[in-house]
Design a protein around this ligand. Structure first.
Ligand code: FEO
Ligand code: CA
Ligand code: CA
Length: 716
């Protein structure tokens, strides 16, 4: 999400044709093709069929088809996690779990303090990844790196009856510090016991927190530029904190990537704002939690609160925090193995509301690729391609002590950022965001943005405007991506665009509820079309693309599955009660060998058509079991309904997000974010996630470990 902190403004003023329209033209083409395939279409389908054939040959005739061996769950709306028969689900590291002796044992009646929170698991778990300490025990003892996306002030301040001055007036310094410390990232060692249960390892030297106040380094083109000069770091090489870390990524060299998503709203600017800040949306009256209002408190150190108010007041950037926001909006690299290492913001990968960051197929001697999406209405999909070619000697060596962040600098500080244009013929192009790139109008991108000819930092700071100018395709809110590491195919969720209009309109361009101007944006509000006839696309969809073998900047795409309620009149993937879903968000391709794998889909649904039937859920499908090139609107069609199954359901009010499995595939880890009345047993060390509380509990986001009671592989 998260729905509570999402900004639903349309902040994209460009006239670029949106994906909804491109998709409509693609789908109507396919309808035409039903009567007789066009030559171009035959070529396209041949390409896909050819890929399937190559896979079949690669894996040999004896390949055993991967089959999901569980009954699709019926919908559920309870205060418990639901898993298929024969499975268990255990709560692990809920919010507030102490990481060391400076944390405090959980007591639902006790107030959280800033100090304890800095030494405890943060709030609202989201993306996560496992880092093994040694290959032998990789499935039973590892470092869990976990995003803590945002906070539930009601739960955080339950013992004092809620937050103080949440909406008006000065926030108390202790509350602000505690809230700042509840955000960010948690690194915690976890272990499986002989009885199959899991727990964290208190006091382990790797355990640590990165919060919205932790000193971090800036690297890449923006680092050291005037754009990020602040009183804290006049030379623009450092900043404090990472915020609203949503989905995650990881690198082949063993580091964690945490991604700054809905960060603009923790700042406020009551005066003149940078154009790039306006493009990203920044409050004009009060930050999301009013952290800036604690400025001037006698206990304040180094403008720890004042920096959230970025209104220009002094003579220049060294006199006020006008540039603080330009130190946010990045992919942040963390070495989980080195408890003393500093996090690094890798600015070359673009500045926007990053949902996540996913490595592409890794090939020795080829560049390293990362995909990323900007989760806002009508925003873009991006790709970063490293200058350096992949050297397998740089692969992670668990247990060895060396400088992984130096390897990160090699692959992530120099490279090319691209934005995606999706074409109606099923093709697409990656548009370079470099100062010298030529815009469709034939100007250089730097000139079109009003920047100096060699201003790489400027292009990155203005990433969204650069993509506007280059003609990228506005998408219906890109959330998670994932890559099939064998084929290199990329999947990405487009969660919804609930403000889609019935026809083309010219909306008011708003900024955090603050109306700025009406822009002549022909496509600024996505219109309905043949493929999306609903004025509100609340179903969302999963898109899939594959890079061209012939051109490094071309790709082919298709819709993998459309979300919908089973009884919707528009149900383009033919979903049934057994698998209806909406607003896909989390996504993970779980490779299982033989070129096969399970695609896990997690939801963050706000669509009543599905929400009335079930809470948020985890679905599974084996993509290789679904036929391709069938001329349907999407790859999953009415014929494929038994292939897409509901595997798990979260408790009331939650979102299900974050996912990985142990290498032996016997444990699937997911996160339950912002539950309403869960988990049930705060006093029990090993909590059963499937239990319902008998009364009201102080809710806590938590990781859940799903395992088969017989110890077998999950899902199959
Ligand atoms: Fe934090 Fe886009 O979900
Ligand atoms: Ca979401
Ligand atoms: Ca998300």
């Amino acid at each position: 999400m998260s729905q509570e902190i999402e900004n639903h403004s349309n902040l994209n003023p460009s006239t670029n044709e949106p994906f909804s329209s491109v998709m409509a033209r693609r789908v109507s083409r396919r309808d035409i093709m039903r009567g007789g395939l066009s030559l171009a279409a035959l070529g396209m389908l041949g390409g896909i069929g050819g890929l399937n054939m190559a896979r079949a040959q690669e894996s040999g005739a004896q390949k055993t088809p991967l089959t999901l061996a569980f009954e699709s769950l019926r919908g559920a709306r309870t205060d418990a996690v639901v898993v298929p028969e024969g499975y268990t689900a255990q709560v692990l590291v809920p919010w507030g779990t102490p990481l060391d002796q400076q944390g405090m044992a959980w007591n639902p009646e006790q107030e959280m303090t800033a100090e304890a929170q800095a030494h405890s698991v943060g709030m609202h778990h989201d993306g996560m990844h496992a880092f093994s300490l040694d290959e032998q025990n990789a499935s039973r003892d590892f470092l869990l790196a976990l995003n803590n996306e945002y906070i539930d002030q009601k739960a955080l301040w339950a013992p004092r009856g809620g937050p103080t001055n949440a909406d008006t007036g000065q926030r108390p310094a202790d509350e602000v510090r505690t809230e700042i410390n509840a955000h960010g990232v948690t690194i915690v060692r976890v272990r499986k016991h002989s009885d199959g249960t899991w727990s964290h390892v208190p006091g382990d030297a790797h355990n640590r927190r990165f919060t919205s106040a932790t000193p971090m380094a800036l690297a890449g083109p923006v680092a050291g530029s005037e754009y990020v000069s602040t009183p804290y770091s006049p030379d623009g090489t450092r900043t404090r904190g990472t915020n609203n870390n949503c989905a995650n990524g990881y690198t082949p060299w063993g580091t964690y990537l945490t991604c700054e998503e809905n960060w603009p709203e923790v700042f406020v600017n009551t005066g003149e704002r940078h154009a790039d800040d306006a493009r990203l949306g920044l409050p004009a009256e009060r930050g999301r939690y009013g952290w800036e209002t604690a400025a001037g408190n006698a206990s304040e150190r180094d403008s720890e609160f004042a920096r959230f108010d970025v209104t220009p007041r002094g003579d220049g950037p060294r006199d006020d925090y006008r540039n603080e926001t330009r130190t946010f909006g990045y992919i942040v690299e963390i070495d989980p193995y080195d408890g003393q290492s500093q996090a690094v913001k890798r600015t070359a990968m673009g500045r926007f509301r990053h949902e996540g960051c996913w490595p592409g197929k890794l090939v020795a001697g080829e560049p390293v690729v990362f995909y990323s999406g900007h989760d806002s209405r009508n925003e873009y999909i991006y790709k970063f391609v490293s200058d350096a070619k992949w050297d397998p000697a740089d692969a992670n060596r668990p247990g060895e002590d060396y400088d992984r962040l130096a390897i990160g600098a090699k692959y992530m500080d120099r490279g090319t950022l691209y934005a995606a244009r999706f074409d109606a013929d099923g093709g697409g192009e990656w548009l370079p965001l470099t100062p010298e790139a030529k815009t469709p109008e034939g100007r250089t991108l730097a000139s079109a943005l009003g920047l100096d000819a060699d201003d790489r930092a400027g292009v990155i700071v203005h990433t969204c405007s650069a993509a506007d100018v280059m003609g990228a395709t506005p998408m219906d809110r890109p959330e998670w991506g994932t890559v099939d590491p064998v084929s290199g195919e990329v999947y990405m969720t487009l969660t919804n665009n609930s403000d889609r209009t019935a026809e083309n309109t010219e909306p008011t361009y708003t900024n955090g509820g603050d109306s700025i101007e009406a822009v002549p944006a022909g496509y600024a509000t996505a219109p309905t079309d043949a493929a999306n006839p609903r004025p509100r696309n609340e179903g969302g969809q999963v898109i899939r693309w594959r890079e061209s073998a012939h051109s490094p900047t071309d790709f082919e795409w298709e819709i993998f599955v459309f979300g919908a309620a089973a009884d919707d009149t528009v149900n383009l993937s033919g979903l049934t009660e057994a698998n209806q879903f909406a607003s896909p968000d989390g996504l993970w391709y779980d490779e299982r060998g033989d070129g096969q794998g399970i695609l896990w889909i997690q939801t963050d649904n706000g669509y009543a058509g599905v929400a009335e039937y079930t809470n948020n859920q985890v679905l599974a499908v084996v993509p290789s079991s679904v036929s391709r090139g069938n001329n349907d609107a999407s790859v999953i069609s009415a014929d494929d309904q038994t292939q897409l199954k509901r595997f798990a359901i979260g408790p009331n009010d939650c979102e299900v997000t974050g996912i990985f499995a142990t290498p032996d595939k016997t444990a699937l880890f997911i996160n339950i974010q912002h539950p309403g009345n869960w988990p049930a047993d705060p006093a029990v060390a090993i909590q059963d996630a499937t239990r319902t509380a008998s009364g009201s509990v102080r809710p806590r986001a938590a990781t859940v470990v799903i395992q088969k009671a017989d110890g077998g592989q999950v899902g199959v």
